[in-house]
Design a protein around this ligand. Structure first.
Ligand code: ADP
Ligand code: MG
Length: 297
């Protein structure tokens, strides 16, 4: 590409809220024949809300949510934010102060763990529970499956090594995610979804947006591995993601498209060229930036 073409494209991109890091990104973008999408915050709005709570112990909701929020308030994860927002409903003050959390740890792709009062509180997915030797009864597994079929994420809450409740969270797909995928498919671009979320929810979301090729329960490094595997099979791969958990895959891809607000981490990692897409999806073909805005999330 001529420097002029790159400059023009970069200018067009900027006017659309797209930061294009270097001509190499554009050069590669026109060859992309496969796009890997993250799910949460990329295909979905990324602002999940609590839609249901089930308690297995004799606890009141307010008390339950005090423990959960005390742990989750320390996490940046969208699911954590949803839970804390919901917990606020049980308190009238504008700025409620949650109980103190000690020994807080956050495990990417799994959940959080902290000590609150005298209890060890663990909030996260089933594999997190199993990795911490917490028994997941059939009853709980069934609830998780039901929720997943509805494209909800079931968050498990354990206290002192015992499951005490399940919180159902819904993160709807972006209004025209389906349209974007159809468009890309009509252009013969292969679309793949990789997500850290469970298979049930991932499949349900895949159905809604029209992606059949799905990899769920993927850790950040596994997202990157998938990208590399596709490259080895001869594909030129673009990765679209919004989170820190997408950074390795964004770096591995021929073109990394970091979308949404919290993507400065990804930008800093740019060994390769990055697109920063403030609108939601933008697809670059040759030097024409075709923006397909998906209602701002
Ligand atoms: P995605 O790839 O979909 O953006 P992540 O890798 O960030 O997802 O997380 C994968 C899964 O780990 C989530 O769907 C959730 O089940 C669990 N998880 C991660 N962090 C948290 C948290 N802070 N609270 C509850 N669950 C969490
Ligand atoms: Mg995400």
């Amino acid at each position: 590409a001529t420097p002029t073409a790159v400059m023009v494209a970069t200018g067009v991109g900027a006017s659309q809220g797209v930061l294009i890091k270097g001509g190499q990104a554009l050069e590669s973008a026109q060859k992309v024949d496969c796009i890997v999408f993250d799910k949460t915050g990329t295909l979905t709005i990324g602002k999940p809300i609590v839609v249901n709570t089930r308690l297995f112990k004799n606890m009141v909701l307010r008390e339950f949510y005090d423990y959960v929020a005390a742990a989750e308030v320390n996490s940046e994860h969208p699911l954590a934010k949803a839970v804390v927002e919901h917990a606020k409903n049980f308190h009238s003050e504008e700025t409620h102060i949650w109980p103190e959390a000690r020994d807080f740890i956050s495990v990417t792709g799994h959940g959080v763990k902290a000590k609150i009062s005298d209890s060890s509180v663990i909030v996260g997915n089933k594999s997190f529970m199993l990795s911490l030797d917490i028994d997941v009864p059939v009853e709980a597994s069934e609830i998780l499956m039901e929720e997943e079929e509805k494209a909800h994420t079931g968050i498990i809450v354990a206290m002192d090594q015992e499951i005490v409740g399940i919180i159902s969270v819904s993160d709807p797909i972006k209004p025209n995610a389906h349209e974007v995928i159809s468009y890309l498919k009509s252009m013969k671009v292969e679309c793949i979804m990789v997500t850290g979320d469970n298979w049930g929810t991932a499949n349900a979301i895949g159905k809604e947006v029209g992606i059949e090729n799905i990899i769920a329960e993927a850790k950040p490094e596994q997202k990157a591995e998938k990208v590399k595997e596709l490259q080895l099979s001869g594909k030129t791969v673009a990765m679209v993601g919004d989170g820190i958990n997408d950074s390795p895959a964004l770096v591995a891809a021929n073109v990394g498209m970091a979308i949404g607000a919290g993507t400065d981490v990804a930008i800093d990692l740019s060994r390769k060229a990055f697109f920063r897409i403030r609108m939601n999806y933008v697809w670059a073909l040759g030097y024409n930036i075709i923006g397909i805005p998906i209602a701002a999330g």
